[in-house]
Design a protein around this ligand. Structure first.
Ligand SMILES: Cc1cc2nc3c(=O)[nH]c(=O)nc-3n(C[C@H](O)[C@H](O)[C@H](O)COP(=O)(O)OP(=O)(O)OC[C@H]3O[C@@H](n4cnc5c(N)ncnc54)[C@H](O)[C@@H]3O)c2cc1C
Length: 233
């Protein structure tokens, strides 16, 4: 019998929802992450919702997912954007305390008995007679340990890490989220078993600090904040 019914690679926003959903369906779930400290990590603006994404969050909520519960528990500002325009573009958006958000999601998953955490890097994946075999390396400061596990189904939710690249001006370097290593061995392994891979380009433009300072409004917390009591953002 395989070790898991479902093994989820990645504990970002997609991976935690996948693990949560599979566990609610009674599956034995393994969830693998490069670090326990970055579960459901928000790499930049710690917002949940906004135009288009606000609707997605409500759909996840309606399906019994985690994101709406997590932002209700850890949100620090809830707003309906674009109210001066027509209802088609009204957009629910919440700002999270990003450390508490990730911690809350991790605790919620840790409380589910059917979920086992594997902290390490999946560097190999191959089909093996109706199940998938996965090679994982667990690293500490001074040692590393390899392990192989098996699962009936694998969900790859590695976000921007899979063969990830960051471009800063003329520089290009492999990276996952900024400051975290990209996942190149897994990408190569997935390619070897016959999957074609592509790349989505995320462009992030940063304003220089002086410009940011000019546009910052120090009285923002007294004005715009409005707290919604219950529903998801
Ligand atoms: C610089 C930047 C800024 C962004 N800004 C915003 C923003 O302002 N607002 C917004 O809504 N979205 C923003 N995004 C997009 C948003 O962060 C991503 O869409 C979202 O995090 C993707 O979630 P995910 O679950 O797919 O993957 P991620 O959050 O990237 O999580 C991937 C997970 O996979 C794990 N992993 C990767 N490889 C392996 C492996 N080989 N073995 C084990 N575990 C592995 C990682 O540890 C991590 O847990 C930004 C993204 C970036 C990179």
């Amino acid at each position: 019998m395989p070790d898991f019914d479902v093994l989820v690679i990645g504990a970002g926003h997609a991976g935690v929802e996948a693990a949560w959903a599979a566990a609610q369906m009674g599956c034995r779930v393994g969830i693998c992450t490069l670090s326990n400290d970055t579960v459901a990590g928000m790499p930049c603006n710690p917002a949940v919702g906004g135009t288009a994404k606000g609707h997605l969050v409500r759909e996840i909520d309606a399906l019994g997912g985690l994101m709406g519960l997590a932002i209700d528990a850890t949100g620090i500002q809830f707003k309906l954007l674009n109210r001066s325009r027509g209802p088609a573009v009204w957009s629910p958006r919440a700002q999270a305390d990003k450390r508490r958000y990730g911690g809350w999601v991790r605790s919620a998953l840790e409380a589910v008995p059917g979920i086992e955490w594997l902290v390490g890097e999946v560097y190999g994946i191959r089909p093996n007679d109706q199940v998938w075999s996965l090679d994982i390396i667990h690293r500490t400061h001074d040692s590393s340990q390899k392990e192989s596990v098996s699962a009936r189904k694998v969900i790859v939710a590695t976000g921007t890490f899979l063969n990830g690249l960051i471009h800063v001006g003329p520089e290009t370097f492999p990276s996952g989220r900024y400051g975290e290593e990209s996942s190149t061995a897994l990408a190569e392994s997935i390619r070897t078993i016959g999957f074609r891979m592509g790349r989505l380009l995320l462009v992030r433009l940063r304003k220089p600090h002086s410009q940011l300072e000019r546009t910052m409004n120090p009285s923002f917390s007294a004005g715009g904040a409005s707290r919604r009591p219950t529903t998801a953002a």
